[in-house]
Design a binder for this molecule. Sequence first.
Ligand SMILES: C[S@@+](CC[C@H](N)C(=O)[O-])C[C@H]1O[C@@H](n2cnc3c(N)ncnc32)[C@H](O)[C@@H]1O
Length: 262
Amino acid sequence: MDVTLPNTDIPQAALFPNARITGTDLSPIQPSLVPPKVNFEIHDCTETDWCRPLASLDLVHAAVLLGSLPSYSKLIRNARRYLKPGEGWLECHEMMPEICCDDDTVPPSWPFRAWQSYLEEGSMRMESPKPLRVADKLATWMREAGYVDIHERIDRIPMNSWPKHPFLKSIGRLWEVNWLEGLAAFSYKLFGPEGLGWTQNEIEVFLIDVRKCIKDRNVHAYQKMYVVYGRRPSEEEEKAMMKKPSKSAGFKTSSAKAKSKG
Ligand SMILES: C[S@@+](CC[C@H](N)C(=O)[O-])C[C@H]1O[C@@H](n2cnc3c(N)ncnc32)[C@H](O)[C@@H]1O
């Protein structure tokens, strides 16, 4: 089994001990101690040439590339060329930046919501815009690129440990740490000279209020995480689709709901 994982981590190796796994990223962030059959390549996944045979991969897996790619749909189209016809799958995990809440506990001018809109504005002001809002379009892009058996699953990630449900509480606890540790790094490029043009001081002062929002358990905010996967059709399936283009165009969606009141 051949798997390529643009910018991914290594847990898949434990799940698929017989798979040859190649993790790719622009930067050399990978650990040096990795399971057997895992290797890493420095590679730009926006390149059309992935330096491997076409139609050779069982799985292409991409995660958290929002804000990294000028065109996610191009990645989806290109990945299809490298998947084995009939049996190769593409799986994408992406979150929507938007803050959601089901019980009106998010105040009208919540600084975290402002942060998220500034971030999107900053990303579109860059010389080469890289959209953050990709997750809810993945299934459509897969369909347009000619994938079949497309599934979309939407999970809710609480902002912090506000839910009563123990599993969601633990996810929220991790998500809070993710936000608090990453906030400055997520902000600087897009708020700085290349994006919104804010000074370091302006950014840091604003982030004080954003951090308070992230830690506030009285606000029942969450974000949506999309897991979308689809299969490259076989040649026979493709021929049949050409003759009868209709039902294969649809996709299945499911949503694992978090109860906002816990
Ligand atoms: C937010 S991290 C996600 C890392 C990992 N997939 C995860 O889920 O934890 C985004 C990663 O994408 C990488 N990246 C950004 N643009 C890329 C590109 N064009 N080709 C390959 N990797 C890229 C960055 O270097 C960074 O490591």
